[in-house]
Design a protein around this ligand. Structure first.
Ligand SMILES: NC(=O)c1ccc[n+]([C@@H]2O[C@H](COP(=O)([O-])OP(=O)(O)OC[C@H]3O[C@@H](n4cnc5c(N)ncnc54)[C@H](OP(=O)(O)O)[C@@H]3O)[C@@H](O)[C@H]2O)c1
Length: 305
């Protein structure tokens, strides 16, 4: 098959996955969801990250596979898409695909503010609204705690004005976690924290998750595959037989189910540029989850590889 023919097939599949405009997507049976503690609103436990993978060009060959990735998310009843002005064209691509799929009312769009100074923060967030094709975002987070006090003050104003529904903070390193926990302890009105957590970076369990739980803050998990490195760990290794016991048929589902089985987690946001990987990741939103004993067995298995 030529590249052009492949693109056509992908575009056709994406179109066939669309729900008729205006009709709500039917929620698939058995979708695993968690409540946002500050509101009670339910979110499916797997979403989509856009760092790197949505930083593409403008051609159909660039965009069609990503449209299918988003269509697979929607088809499965999932909704969280996380982006940032830091990620090149990712906000623009996310907005364009959401518009093409007529999906704004079915998505939970999260972006970030990633700059210093009040005026620069406002200008950046206004640009994000524009690029994402909406007048109101679901979530804006202070990216990596940059100019935290200033940007949080604006976010609180925006929330009051109805320009954003939820506000939060993010980071992605072990070294940041004590500071992230301190911010959650002292700053009022934070709805979400986004942090790294995976079978290769599990420190969030120590400081960040307990504070989030106590302060009723939702947790988005970034780098759920350690930026893809977890797959290198298991390359060529067979999935253990016991994975069947929690309806798991791939290593991606193994890594994601270990994360979302932690009750502190609201939603994990794996990034992918490939529709078949998105289908795979979505399977972690269904079926049984491992209990604590099983999670320990999973940790031991990955540590022994
Ligand atoms: N400070 C922050 O706020 C911060 C920092 C880091 C990340 N984040 C957010 O968190 C998101 C996720 O983190 P991440 O992008 O760093 O890394 P990640 O989700 O841990 O890993 C992404 C990598 O996994 C691969 N992958 C995805 N699904 C797969 C599957 N089923 N099978 C095999 N490979 C698979 C992807 O490649 P393919 O394209 O080939 O599938 C990609 O290379 C980011 O995109 C971003 O939205 C935020």
């Amino acid at each position: 098959m030529t590249r052009r023919e492949a693109t056509k097939v992908i575009a056709g599949t994406a179109a066939s996955l669309l729900v008729a405009p205006g009709l709500p997507a039917q929620e698939p049976r058995g979708l695993i969801q968690r409540a946002i503690p500050s509101s009670g609103e339910m979110l499916p436990v797997i979403g989509l990250g856009t760092s790197g993978v949505f930083e593409t060009g403008t051609s159909a060959a660039d965009l069609d596979p990503l449209m299918e990735v988003m269509a697979v998310l929607l088809k499965n009843g999932a909704k969280v898409v996380d982006t940032s002005p830091m990620y090149g064209r990712a906000e623009a691509v996310t907005g364009e695909l959401a518009t093409k799929l007529k999906a704004h009312d079915r998505l939970f769009l999260a972006t970030k503010v990633w700059t210093e100074g009040r005026a620069a923060g406002i200008k950046q967030m206004e640009k994000s609204l524009d690029l994402l094709g909406t007048k109101k975002l679901d979530l804006i987070q202070v990216h990596n705690l940059i100019d935290l006090e200033t940007q949080l003050a604006t976010l609180r104003e925006w929330k009051k004005q109805g320009r954003v529904r939820y506000i939060g903070i993010t980071h992605y390193t072990e070294g940041s976690q004590a500071e992230v926990a301190r911010v959650l302890e002292k700053e009022p009105g934070i709805d979400f924290v986004q942090i790294n957590y995976s079978l290769m970076e599990d420190e969030a369990d120590q400081r960040v998750f307990p504070v989030a739980r106590e302060r009723k803050i939702a947790v988005l998990v970034n780098r759920p595959f350690g930026r893809g490195n977890l797959f290198n760990r298991v390359r060529g290794k067979e999935l253990p037989d016991f994975a069947k016991e929690f309806d798991c048929t791939s290593w991606a589902q193994f890594f994601l189910k270990w994360i979302v089985a932690n009750p502190a987690v609201t939603c994990a946001i794996p990034a992918t540029s490939k529709p078949h990987h998105m289908e795979d990741n979505m399977r972690a939103c269904f079926g049984r989850l491992p209990d604590e004993k099983m999670r320990q067995r999973m940790e031991e298995t990955v540590a022994s590889l």
